[in-house]
Design a binder for this molecule. Structure first.
Ligand SMILES: NC(=O)c1ccc[n+]([C@@H]2O[C@H](COP(=O)([O-])OP(=O)(O)OC[C@H]3O[C@@H](n4cnc5c(N)ncnc54)[C@H](OP(=O)(O)O)[C@@H]3O)[C@@H](O)[C@H]2O)c1
Length: 238
């Protein structure tokens, strides 16, 4: 199985690393503080995992998961991901990222901003619309009747095919949600965002992190994507 590089080994990066190693895929994980700070995670992940620098994770294989805060993503060197297929998990949270005028003006989606930075990479946005704890809770082997579908968007058909195959190995179906321009449909507060995967979709926002997940079929996801209304990004306060 080709090695997967993972830049950012926090909530989402580590959840993806766990699924990857469980599926027999070697991973090279990286964070901002250096490989020596990832010994616990690597010990937990087992022999298929190694810790590396950001550059080593980027060079590890053809596909790289980029799962760092948005402002960190766009300060990494653009050449780092040249020629790579990149799974971009980014979301824009103004309370964390500060106000980004081009996003507030809805001139670009978050992943278009990341794609514009990494001009030589082929981005597929995925794993941004599900809470980190719900990733292991909903992952199922291929063919399981209660498999969950995740949306994916990107501008390069080949990259989307590669990423869909990866996500299938990790335990989810994917639904092609179009180009990065269309990816607002599963960005924060839109209809196909995290709330969709809650067992009780009416859970108050402050209790979402403790709420169990429930499987989402491709048909239900398609309906959420289709019915999504564009969120007025400038009005978002968190
Ligand atoms: N948490 C969720 O449930 C969730 C769900 C969907 C999407 N997302 C999105 O996914 C992205 C990651 O979220 P997260 O919750 O996984 O974040 P997180 O837990 O804060 O982890 C961020 C990771 O990025 C690393 N990092 C930060 N700056 C870096 C840099 N310059 N170079 C290399 N690594 C760097 C951090 O390393 P250090 O610890 O060494 O600084 C850490 O490993 C965000 O855009 C977030 O909005 C999150």
């Amino acid at each position: 199985m080709p090695t997967l590089g993972i830049i950012g080994s926090g909530n989402i990066g580590a959840a993806i690393a766990r699924l990857a190693t469980a599926a027999g895929t070697p991973v090279v994980v990286a964070n901002s503080r250096g490989p020596e700070t990832l010994t616990d995670l690597v010990a937990e992940l087992g022999p298929l995992a190694t810790a590396g620098t950001v550059e080593q994770a980027a060079d590890a294989g053809e596909i790289v998961v980029l799962s760092v805060p948005l402002t960190a993503a766009t300060t990494l060197p653009a050449a780092l991901l040249e020629g790579k297929t990149v799974v971009d998990t980014s979301n824009y949270y103004p309370f964390r990222d500060g106000r980004i005028p081009v996003l507030d003006a809805e001139e670009l989606t978050t992943s278009e901003l990341v794609q514009r930075h990494f001009t030589g990479a082929r981005l597929a946005k995925a794993f941004n619309n599900i809470l980190a704890d719900h990733i292991p809770a909903l992952a199922r082997p291929a063919g399981s009747p209660d498999r969950t579908a995740l949306p994916m968007a990107g501008n390069d058909a080949g990259a989307k095919t590669q990423v869909a195959a990866l996500i299938d190995r990790l335990g989810f179906d994917t639904l092609d949600a179009g180009t990065l321009t269309e990816s607002w449909r599963f960005e924060p507060e839109a209809a196909a965002y995290t709330r969709l995967y809650l067992a009780d979709p009416d859970t108050p926002a402050e209790q979402m992190l403790e709420t169990p997940a429930a499987p989402v079929t491709a048909a239900r996801l398609a309906s959420a994507l289709e019915g999504a209304q564009r969120v007025r990004v400038a009005k978002r306060t968190f």
